[in-house]
Design a protein around this ligand. Sequence first.
Ligand SMILES: C[S@@+](CC[C@H](N)C(=O)[O-])C[C@H]1O[C@@H](n2cnc3c(N)ncnc32)[C@H](O)[C@@H]1O
Length: 239
Amino acid sequence: MTDESKRRDDGNKAEAMPPVSPKPPTQRPELPDFWDLRFNTGVIPWNAGGVPAEVTSFARSFHRLRFPAQGDTDAAHPLRELRILIPGCGHAFEAACFAALGGQVTALDFSAAAIAKAREVLGNWPGELLHADFFAYEPPSPPDLIYERAFLCALPRKCWRDYAGKTAALLPAGALLAGFFLYGEEGKGPPFAAAPETVRDLLGPFFDCVEDRASLDPLPMFPGERWQIWRRKPASFPV
Ligand SMILES: C[S@@+](CC[C@H](N)C(=O)[O-])C[C@H]1O[C@@H](n2cnc3c(N)ncnc32)[C@H](O)[C@@H]1O
């Protein structure tokens, strides 16, 4: 008889039962094992297979949004000298796009399997691809943009305050958090959709929402997806 079954056999069952065992790591989206399993088995319904339409047009206007006083920049390399961070990059198609337009891109993911896929997509590129946890990442210099796609909605809701705090801590005043945010009923996930008031409550203390429209071409799993741009407020708003 094992220790565990002995405990179960002892008189008062309510007291003797061992604590409910936590889910295995492959069922916990806050852990890399969850994502490794899905990348390794090809269960990747979030994969857009390329760069969403909004991203290239945004890239062309980004310099003007980030530094309104400076006017437009080099048309061939509109992202020149702008630092872009892509947390939870997955296949990282957008990283290649931003880098081709001159951006200094860091794409990171804590899943080794995701990083392997991204390496295949990116090949020999000029940016940085890191196997790292976003919440522990400290960049050498602050980004001008954090690009969001299917990252916040991949995180269990208990991690959302940390996401808001971390993005706010990384971005200087005027820098942007831009990309796709999943709205909808706050049911089971991932993907974990958010009610509009939840996102306003999370990001509102640190950011102003300067653009908000329905995604042009959402995947079937992201019906309530919206393209949004949030601008970091001046640093008087502490993190
Ligand atoms: C739903 S996938 C989206 C991937 C990619 N952004 C896309 O649009 O295809 C979520 C990704 O976030 C990564 N991820 C989740 N939590 C993370 C964390 N704390 N740090 C870094 N990456 C994380 C996962 O490994 C996974 O690749």
